[in-house]
Design a protein around this ligand. Sequence first.
Ligand code: ALA
Length: 475
Amino acid sequence: MGPPWYSNTYFCDEEQEPRMSGKRAYWSTRFGFYLAAIGSACGLGNLWRFPFVVEENGGGAFVLIYLLAALTVGLPLLISELMLGKRARKSLIAAALELVNGKSKYSAIITRSAVLLTLVVFSYYAVISGWVVYFLAQFTAGSISQSDSSVNTMFSVLMENGLLQLMLVSAHLLICAVVVSKSIQEGLEKWVSYIMPVFAVLLIFLLVRAASLNSFGSAARFLFYPDFSKLTMASLGHALGHVFFTLSIGFGSMVTFGSYLKEADHIPTAGFRVTVADGLLSLVSALLIFSVVMQSASNHQDTGLLFETLPMFLLQMPGGWFFGVAFFLCLYAAALGASIGLLEVIVSNFMDQKKWSRSYATWFVISIAFLVSFLPALSSSVFKNVQIAGYDLLSFVDAILINWLLPIIVLGVGTIIVKGMSIESQKGLFVDVNRIESASLFGHWRYMVVIVAPLIIALALLLQLFDLVFKNGVL
Ligand code: ALA
């Protein structure tokens, strides 16, 4: 049983394990596809990462650049990845190699690096998901009280206890493994399709409550009034990195999602809706979190921003315990949906490449991810004195993965798609004969992916390099 869009005949393909047979399953309803794709895109990137990246980059001007980057670079590249998946109906590595008849070393290197990057991101994401599990458990047990110091102490205890963090990571990885090894249709979309709409309603409700705080106006001004003097040379790179991370571009998850689209589904519309939903969620989350941050006198920043501020706000509401449990439950569902989207990519690539069974591939990947997670999980305890270029270890891992490696991989994958696929097949996948405007949009899309996106990514990387070399005194 499930919501109306989750039918018993969810997939048209009757194969038990579509990937093993080379056949692909399809979404039975379009709405189901959107919820699953949005569920994979929306997650900790929107609620946990976006607010602290905005704070680091000074607010409104950064938000404006982020939104422009999402529409001009993120959306066109998201469409490319969906196109590749829909055309090849395979996972990233196999789909990209098929484009070049398996002959390009460049394609093999780029796509394998993308899957490797996804594995590292999945592992580091598991650490933050573990923090969510911790707060969910604290709220459920009623061991969190309505005071700033209680919330801060709780967060500090978590930060200082590396073993606890590793246990939380294990719990999260175990849940992901069980869901993914049970196969995609039973795992991924069912969870997402239940919880994401509830989360959206809860966030809007919390935002309405936050609108009564004195700080709401200042938060709105901070987020929406662009003060360009606050930007640094690295801000464009931070905006792009976050766009790719939050839309799950460059990880291959959108290639996997594209492979499940039906023949009649219009890819640009799908990409546009996912981008808009993801952007709205980020803006709502940031407005909520900054209203709360600006209301309290204490200083919160960096990766702890969400966890140090929101619990207190929730507790101060009538029925605070209930809202705390509901919020962290929904946040965990979002984190799980995104984690499963990432894990699915790694597992399906191993299945396609090595012909491993789903279960073997899942447990293999989970074991590696657990080992990789040690570094970020212990960054605030065992490695707390390690500082690299002014970053603690967790922030450094985050910056290297998202601001540097991800844009490079995205550029590589985008190049494979636009060069490897003939213009005729791109047109066939992009244009919907029933929509007159889609033929002219095709030219704009090509211009964005062939010229604008690569130039902006290259410029962002160059500016970040200048920032690193001159501001941090490398030279
Ligand atoms: N796109 C996922 C998120 O934003 C990874 O959390």
